[in-house]
Design a protein around this ligand. Structure first.
Ligand code: ADP
Length: 407
């Protein structure tokens, strides 16, 4: 730890529509003091799962809204039963995940009324996420009015994507009037794993060229050049790109016009593309990769088809980004599927010898839950499994911005 570095506790908040995830960090050591989640906010009974000192504390009770959720989190963190701090005065800063920062936020920022107004403005672009993120910010500001609060945007890392990659070939006024362009998401994760990969390769962060594959329920691939995002598979919304748990990824938009002519309405089609497609839609069984892998092994044709399409599309993006980047130091797999499924990683990287990508199958099979190289010795392009940690990235940004203002 550098001399004179400030020691504070940073609370990281990720507020979803009916849940709040939280982690309390001791900074700058990035030690997790406690973490947890409240699920089913607004339902008959919400559930708090709280982890601290190697123990777990659960509670079920009605939590009406995000403000009550935030009250419960702070009560739990300071409580006698499962608390880790004496009082909320020990929290030195709060970092919030915010999904959409549009073209305005190129990095994390300290939240003030102007930032809140902008996040509100972008609700239009992220109607499912920004409103929940805002309720989390408002609740935390209410409980901790004198504490620095920081917003970390999923889109920020991708604001370096050049015009040639973010413009859609629609009439130009669609961009001018509506800012219809590629924004990209999962930016905090892509940035985190790219930085980690740089460290593993002993490269300065702005020297790394990489293709990062975030494969969770939502999936996206990014092309990183000189440590900066230059392209990514998700677009105006998280719907574009590779096949996901329930999202379709790329398909011909004319199918939508065709279905509208057949009598489908916009709302139904929106739900179909975002909630009923992807692995779930193709398999007709599940959006859960573990389940599909098991069924596929047992000979289920549709489960196998879903996996095959999933891997094929990712391979296509990797091929495209190899061409875009010119030279690539490494490919990174992260997210629930990327970190845990050796067979999916193996299938994606199969027959890539031509591109100098070769896996070490033993290393690949062994890699679960650790940051490790899985490529063969003679593979020119390294392949890594890196466990993403968006919360740690948010805590770090929050710490850095807070200590800069306090210096
Ligand atoms: P989210 O995007 O919601 O954060 P995760 O990153 O946790 O989701 O990823 C969830 C996905 O990871 C699910 O499809 C799940 O089946 C998959 N997954 C988790 N563990 C494994 C595993 N051991 N093998 C294959 N897939 C896995």
């Amino acid at each position: 730890m550098p001399k004179n570095s400030m020691e504070i506790k940073v609370l990281v908040i990720n507020a979803g529509s009916s849940s709040i995830k939280y982690q309390l960090y001791q900074m700058p050591q990035a030690r997790v003091l406690a973490k947890g989640i409240i699920e089913r906010i607004g339902d008959e009974k919400a559930k708090l799962s709280h982890f601290y000192n190697g123990k777990m504390f659960c509670l079920e009770k009605k939590v009406e809204n995000h403000q009550e959720g935030m009250d419960l989190i702070l009560d739990t963190l300071t409580g006698k039963k499962a608390g880790v701090i004496g009082d909320i005065g020990q929290i030195g800063a709060v970092g919030h995940r915010v999904v959409h920062g549009a073209e305005e936020f190129t990095g994390s920022v300290i939240i003030d009324d102007k930032v809140i107004a902008s996040v509100e403005k972008f609700v239009d672009l992220a109607p499912l996420h920004n409103p929940s993120n805002l309720t989390g910010i408002r609740a935390a500001r209410h409980n901790l009015p004198d504490v620095t609060q920081v917003a970390c945007f999923d889109t920020a890392f991708h604001t370096s994507i050049p015009e040639v990659a973010y413009m859609y070939a629609l009439p130009y006024e669609m961009y001018e009037k509506y800012r219809a362009r590629r924004y990209g998401f999962h930016g905090t994760s892509h940035r985190y794993v790219a930085r980690k990969a740089g460290q593993l390769l002993g490269k300065h962060k702005y020297e790394l060229n990489a293709i990062t594959c975030h494969l969770g329920n939502g999936c996206s691939i990014s092309a990183v050049k000189g440590g900066k995002s230059v392209d990514t598979s998700m677009g105006f919304t998280p719907l574009e790109g590779v096949v996901m748990g329930t999202r379709s990824g790329d398909f011909d938009p004319a199918i939508l016009f065709y279905l509208i002519e057949k009598g489908y309405d916009v709302k139904t089609l929106n739900i179909m593309c975002n909630k009923r497609s992807g692995l779930l839609g193709l398999s007709g069984i599940s959006n859960d990769m573990r389940e599909l892998e098991e069924l596929s092994r047992e000979g289920n044709r549709r489960a196998k088809l879903a996996i095959d399409v999933f891997c094929y599309r990712i391979k296509k993006y990797i091929g495209a980004y190899l061409a875009v980047l010119g030279g690539v130091d490494c490919i990174v797999f992260t997210g629930g599927i990327g970190e845990n499924s050796a067979s999916i990683r193996g299938q994606i990287c199969s027959n890539m010898d031509l591109f100098q990508i070769m896996l070490d199958s033993q290393a690949n099979n062994r890699a679960v839950g650790t940051d490790v190289k899985i490529s063969a010795q003679d593979s020119k392009i390294a392949v890594f499994v890196i466990c993403t940690n968006e919360e740690a990235a948010i805590a770090k940004d929050t710490y850095e911005l807070t200590s800069r203002t306090k210096r």
